[in-house]
Write a protein that binds this ligand. Structure first.
Ligand code: NDP
Length: 328
């Protein structure tokens, strides 16, 4: 049998964690021939709840699950990790300023970056889900100087999947007919879901839909504000869809994008498309052999340029704010 892959999940007792762990343990993260060992990190007051989830994981008798360990210390939780899913974060509560939010998250993602630097496996791949995900990923990355920067990513795959679903509905096609969807920028309301490079059955999506009003005034806001719409309808934030997107993100990173397609991932910018170097921003990326590459050479028209710049400017502001707070 193959050696188990160690997957560390933070915020394991939370909503997303609850939807995520069973998918990982069943083999959907890495594939049906790869055993996994789960390492759960929680804050001390949530360790008991994580133990309850671990009991349920036992009770599923997943053939690929090699074991579950629970920690309240990041150094132990990330020791030997091959994949790290950073889900736990400090949510924004009423009356909280952005600076307070960034500071609280700095207190979480700085020690986690340090712990990854100190003890994760050489092939560590990190996905940050906890918000503000892009900037939390930047904080962790900056505190892991010995880990290649490209191993730190943040999740925009849920936005990507939401965009696929909305476009499929509008065009009356299946999501599998759509290729080359892109989310640019920040995982926030400023994100830019781009239909100008997407394809439906091989034809340009924006031209096929041919409805700029829908694109600007329905499609983009629906995708960008979907999280709030789900809270409104369900009375709780999206959890299963976020977990599903996290599984997709890692699965695609490890197993590669299909020929003629790409995905969306927030990755460290090399300056492509005018995104300042070092920001963790969403791009169209292809993946192969466990490595991602930003798709090059796309034409960006004035409309897209404005949208990308607005989201990237927000990321630059968040980076400046965490710098000012001494978090990076
Ligand atoms: P969830 O599991 O619902 O969400 C966790 C994080 O994912 C939040 O930051 C949330 O952001 C974010 N997120 C990103 N995308 C989405 C999306 N599409 N839909 C919903 N959430 C999204 O939160 P819970 O409060 O249920 O659980 C969090 C757990 O994390 C708790 O058990 C807590 O104890 C733990 N925690 C662990 C830490 C650690 O291990 N060191 C540190 C901090 C917390 P948003 O808030 O913006 O929705």
């Amino acid at each position: 049998a193959r050696t188990p892959v160690s997957v560390t999940v933070t915020g394991a007792a939370g909503q997303i964690g609850y939807a995520l762990l069973f998918r990982i343990a069943s083999g959907q993260l890495l594939g049906a021939d790869t055993p996994v060992r789960l390492r759960l990190l929680e804050i001390p007051q949530a360790v008991k709840a994580a133990e309850g989830t671990a009991m349920e994981l036992d009770d599923c008798a997943f053939p690929l699950l090699d074991g579950v360990d629970i920690f309240d210390d990041p150094t132990q939780a990330f020791a030997g990790a091959n994949v790290a899913l950073l889900v736990g974060a400090r949510p924004r509560t009423k009356g909280m300023e952005r600076g307070d939010l960034l500071e609280a998250n700095g207190g979480i993602f700085k020690p986690q970056g340090e712990a990854i630097n100190a003890g994760a496996a050489d092939d560590i791949k990190v996905l940050v889900v906890g918000n503000p995900a892009n900037t939390n990923a930047l904080i962790a990355q900056q505190h892991a100087p010995d880990v290649p920067a490209e191993r730190f990513t943040a999740m925009t795959r849920l936005d990507h999947n939401r965009a696929l679903a909305q476009l499929a509905k509008k065009a009356g096609v299946s999501v599998s007919d759509i290729k080359k969807m892109t989310i640019w920028g920040n995982h926030s309301a400023t994100q830019y879901p781009d239909l100008f490079h997407a394809e439906i059955a091989g034809k340009n999506a924006a031209e096929t839909v041919n409805d700029q009003d829908w694109l600007e005034n329905t499609f983009i806001p629906t995708v960008a504000k979907r999280g709030a719409a789900i809270i409104e309808a369900r009375g709780a934030s999206s959890a299963a869809s976020a977990a599903s997107a996290a599984v997709d993100h890692v699965h695609t990173w490890v197993n590669g994008t299909a020929e003629g397609d790409w995905t969306s991932m927030a990755v460290v910018s090399d300056g492509s498309y005018g995104v300042p170097e070092g920001l963790i921003s969403s791009f169209p990326v292809t993946t192969k052999d466990g490595k991602w590459e930003i798709v090059q050479g796309l034409d960006i028209d004035g409309f897209s340029r404005g949208r990308i710049d607005a989201s990237v400017n927000e990321l630059a502001e968040e980076r400046d704010a965490v710098r000012k707070l001494g978090l990076i």
